[in-house]
Design a protein around this ligand. Structure first.
Ligand code: ZN
Length: 196
């Protein structure tokens, strides 16, 4: 007999718990400083088992106040959706207690441009602005991760939906956690099916 539980509960790794205890509600001025904190958090995050080399934060745009942060926990959480961005969306929406973020208010800061899964969710999350460091091509060059093929005009679609996209913020620095993860033998998995 198949046992399907009545709820899904996932214990988050200490790196995510500690980050939010320390930074949720804090003001970090400017997207570069916010990205620097994300990159530092990704580097710390991969020290824990089952944690991948990506980190994301939700930040209130008007005040630069951090709502929450999270890193990739796909392997440890045994959930294919637990990318840093999607976990940050989930934690943030839990905090604001709604299925979308209030229109115009929140920014996603992410150490790497969204994969196809996170791109899809960014369109429906209510996020108003996305700040990214590494490009998808950087991720695929520095690690075995595959980001999935985004729609041809994915940046245009963000714009049409009123989402401001700001690429390449601290792009060079964002390669550090990717390289460390690769050289440490971290587990990689694929977002887009069999790989060639
Ligand atoms: Zn993703």
């Amino acid at each position: 007999m198949v046992q399907v539980p009545p709820e899904i509960r996932i214990r988050l790794p200490q790196s995510i718990v500690s980050f939010n205890e320390r930074y949720a509600g804090s003001v970090v001025e400017g997207v570069e400083q916010q990205m620097r904190l994300c990159i530092q958090s990704a580097v710390a995050h991969i020290q824990s088992p089952g944690c991948g080399p990506f980190w994301a934060m939700i930040v209130e745009r008007e005040t630069d106040r951090i709502l929450c942060g999270a890193g990739n926990f796909v392997v440890g959480g045994k959930q294919s959706w637990m990318h840093g961005e999607r976990l940050a969306f989930s934690l943030g929406q839990t905090v604001v207690n709604n299925f979308v973020f209030p229109y115009g208010r929140y920014r996603l800061v992410t150490t790497a441009a969204m994969c196809i899964a996170c791109y899809g969710e960014s369109l429906t999350s209510g996020i108003a602005e996305i700040v990214a460091a590494a490009r998808g091509e950087d991720v695929e060059r520095e690690t075995p991760f595959k980001e999935g093929r985004l729609p041809q005009d994915w940046q245009g679609e963000l714009k049409r939906r009123g989402i401001l996209y700001r690429p390449d913020v601290l792009r060079d620095e964002s390669l550090v956690p990717l390289r460390q993860y690769s050289t440490s033998g971290g587990i990689s998995y694929f977002n887009a099916g069999p790989q060639t």
